[in-house]
Write a protein that binds this ligand. Structure first.
Ligand SMILES: Nc1ncnc2c1ncn2[C@@H]1O[C@H](COP(=O)(O)OP(=O)(O)OP(=O)(O)O)[C@@H](O)[C@H]1O
Length: 258
């Protein structure tokens, strides 16, 4: 069963600067939730709060709660490394280790947690993860080639395979297609549609058409003059794109602001 998440009164800070204020909404299991909003409204900050990457920035902290299946991932008893294992992340720019082979790239994350994996088990994890990332057929005959030998879209699917190898319950994606061409973007969108059957997915995107194509739910964030991002509207994608309740949402999705 895919996990559910929820954010409750989440605020995020960099030192004295408040990047996000008082954000509350549910993240439904086995569905795609898109986080949209103009540049600088705090989308990346938000998604990084969901797996405790935010706190690694100097002076960064949060208040509020982030629940994974009802458990607060910021509870002092919870190990942040375990959180990042359960809640995987894929970044904007495909970032495979360029000199590592495709095979070793898939295992790179898992090796942080398990020092020795027997070869048959490693082979199995590599094949399963590459299949899940819809990359197996393209690379199965060159698993020893460096990650950098792949196209941008293939590299991004390799990063998705690396994230899936550690068996997360939730997959976070921060603008995963913004560095890719339209065909590679199409492949990643198809893959997301497939992955949401098993995983809970949160994606940051600048691209309204993309959000409309792939999201089940949408959270729209907006920052005012003080640059603090707030949740303007959360709803099903259908509602947000056909009949938003707030004027600001309508202005954003029709291109009048942002
Ligand atoms: N490490 C940091 N230290 C201080 N302020 C930061 C840091 N990272 C981001 N910010 C600030 O936090 C705010 C939100 O930034 P964030 O990158 O989360 O926005 P975003 O919506 O993802 O932007 P974009 O769409 O341009 O990527 C901005 O005002 C930004 O300048």
């Amino acid at each position: 069963m895919a996990a559910s998440m929820a954010v409750e009164r989440l605020s995020a800070f960099y030192g004295s600067f408040q990047a996000l204020a008082d954000i509350t909404f549910p993240i439904h299991p086995a569905a795609v939730t898109a986080v949209i909003g103009p540049s600088g409204c705090g989308k990346s900050t938000f998604i990084r709060c969901l797996n405790r990457l935010h706190e690694l920035a100097p002076g960064a902290r949060i208040s509020g709660r982030v629940l994974l299946d009802g458990v607060d991932i910021y509870d002092p008893a919870i190990d942040p490394a375990r959180v990042r294992q359960l809640i995987g992340m894929v970044f904007q720019k495909p970032n495979p280790f360029p000199h590592l082979s495709i095979y070793d790239n898939v295992l790179a994350g898992i090796r942080l947690h398990h020092s020795r994996i027997p070869k048959p088990q490693a082979d199995d994890i590599v094949e399963r993860s590459l299949r899940a990332a819809a990359l197996w057929d393209e690379v199965k005959d060159k698993l020893g080639a460096p990650g950098s030998s792949l196209s941008g879209g293939q590299q991004q699917r390799l990063c998705i395979a690396r994230a899936l190898a550690i068996e997360p319950e939730v997959l976070l994606m921060d603008e995963p297609t913004s560095a890719l061409d339209p065909i590679a973007t199409y492949h990643i969108e198809e893959l997301i549609a497939e992955l949401k059957r098993r995983y809970t997915i949160v994606i940051v995107t600048h691209n309204m058409q993309q959000a409309a194509r792939i999201a089940d739910y949408v959270a729209f964030l907006l920052a005012g003059e003080e640059r603090t991002g707030r949740l303007i509207e959360f709803d099903t994608a259908e509602q947000i794109f056909t009949n938003p309740k707030r004027r600001e949402t309508e202005e954003y999705i029709t291109g009048k602001i942002g």
